[in-house]
Design a protein around this ligand. Structure first.
Ligand SMILES: CC(=O)SCCNC(=O)CCNC(=O)[C@H](O)C(C)(C)COP(=O)(O)OP(=O)(O)OC[C@H]1O[C@@H](n2cnc3c(N)ncnc32)[C@H](O)[C@@H]1OP(=O)(O)O
Length: 418
């Protein structure tokens, strides 16, 4: 019997959710209850939900949704965000993912999306579809007693007139969206969040498989009363044999839109009595956190891994949307076996703008569309990719020139998993 991916109906959606649970190895991969299905359906566009059914049972899932991605310089491009990709183990390696992905990317191209985006469960899955890792994530574990902070100090932010205040989940749902909008205007790699994101991240209407412990929330208010930062953290309850507190704070989210807020919130969470270890959560690889400690070696990297993957769907619109620090011209030959975005393009950039148009000129560099995704947010060196044989240089010095064109002064960061 042929197994063909197709759109899922509202009646099939509960079983589709059950199949997502099976694919993601959730212990209780049961059909969710009516209330949960209703909440999820209210935030789902069924025209972008694919499934494969075998004898009436869902065995493969794929969903995409509209997203905005901040690019270098703060502009946003339309992204086709891919999520809930699963193929039940009994049906793996028959090409089901490849067929669902081809359908979705073709629709995204048709719609005019500039890139597709995802967080990859495993590195080897998505390169074949033209995605490349574009932003990496780092998590540190801070050994607080070793960090050199003064345990007698009051809240450090008071020094610059700022204040830290504890708030609750309802405050976070009120203050968070504006803070995130401000972050998205300055940090490339940030993706848009809808109202449901804020509900879920504060424990509202959670799916049955998610267990919830209310975190502590704190905001940083600057001297003029602006809310410039927000941190959410949970703490465990551990004591040593000698009755010493050995508690760990695990940061589940931290948004800061000024350096003062960023410094203050890290110092705050590292100065809470009883807390001897702080886990930072996934941050930008160049987050301030290690260097703002008197002894940066107290912050040990526990994770450094690819995070946001991008698939360029429209080369001129993608490259014209971001900013560039230098003036240069490059001819790029972009290979795209899927036939969605390839071609030869003349990219001319300057600090005041960029133009990218099809050309017949000789290429300076040729590269697969996935490598372009990797270069797009300025987070990888073109020279390094050339040394790996993943970019071909047709003119001496072209990779070095591409490096100066694409690189950004700060690392890309996507704070979300989706
Ligand atoms: C954005 C997200 O949702 S990330 C979550 C991804 N989902 C998971 O990791 C859940 C567990 N895994 C799965 O559900 C499935 O194995 C999937 C979805 C990753 C792959 O689905 P399949 O239908 O088996 O993939 P499909 O048969 O289309 O494979 C296409 C190609 O990718 C390769 N491939 C697929 N999955 C993997 C993998 N995990 N590692 C390496 N290669 C892989 C296949 O071998 C095949 O290669 P080929 O074209 O050279 O023959």
């Amino acid at each position: 019997m042929s197994l063909d991916p197709r759109l899922v109906t509202a009646a099939e959606y509960p079983d589709w959710l059950r199949a997502v649970g099976t694919g993601f190895l959730r212990a209780s991969a049961a059909v969710p209850g009516e209330q949960e299905v209703a909440v999820r359906l209210a935030h789902t566009d069924l025209a972008r939900v694919q499934g494969v059914f075998d004898a009436g049972r869902c065995v493969a899932t794929f969903r995409s949704f509209a997203q905005e991605l901040t690019v270098v310089g703060g502009a946003k491009v339309r992204a086709d965000a891919v999520t809930a990709v699963t193929v039940t183990p009994t049906h793996r390696r028959r090409g089901l993912l490849s067929r669902m992905m081809a359908t979705d990317l073709a629709a995204a191209k048709e719609r005019g999306d500039v890139v597709a985006s995802l967080i990859a469960a495993e590195y080897p899955i998505y390169g074949r579809y033209g995605f490349g890792p574009a932003a990496w994530a780092t998590e540190w574990e801070i050994d607080v007693p070793r960090a050199g902070l003064d345990p007698r100090a009051r809240i450090p932010s008071e020094a610059d007139g700022g204040r830290i205040e504890l708030v609750d989940g309802a405050d976070v749902r009120k203050l968070g969206p504006e803070l995130h909008t401000r972050l998205a205007a300055r940090q490339h790699g940030v993706v848009s969040r809808d109202e449901r994101w804020w509900q879920r991240s504060t424990g509202v209407d959670l799916p049955a498989y998610e267990t919830w412990t209310e975190p502590f929330y704190a905001v940083y208010r600057s001297a003029d009363g602006e809310t410039d930062g927000l941190i959410a953290y949970r703490a465990d309850d551990r004591w040593g044999d000698g009755k010493q507190p050995l508690n760990k704070a695990t940061v589940v989210g931290m948004t800061a839109v000024t350096p003062a807020a960023e410094r203050a919130l890290w110092q705050f969470v590292c100065s809470i009595d009883w807390i001897t270890t702080v886990r930072t959560g996934y941050r930008a690889p160049d987050d301030l956190v290690p260097l703002l400690l008197p002894d940066p070696r107290a912050a040990r990297v526990v994770t450094y891994a690819d995070w946001l993957w991008l698939r360029v769907l429209d080369v001129p619109r993608a490259l014209e949307a971001r900013t560039y620090a230098t003036g240069a011209a490059l001819v790029l030959d972009v290979r795209d076996p899927a036939g969605l975005a390839g071609g030869r393009f003349l990219l001319e950039v300057s600090p005041s703008g960029a133009s990218c148009v099809p050309t017949t000129r000789d290429a300076d560099l040729s590269l697969d569309v996935g490598e372009l995704g990797t270069l797009y947010l300025g987070d990888e060196s073109a020279l390094r990719l050339a040394a790996l044989g993943r970019i071909e240089e047709h003119r001496a010095g072209a990779a070095a020139k591409a490096d100066t064109v694409f690189r950004a002064p700060r690392r890309a960061w996507c704070p979300d998993v989706f």
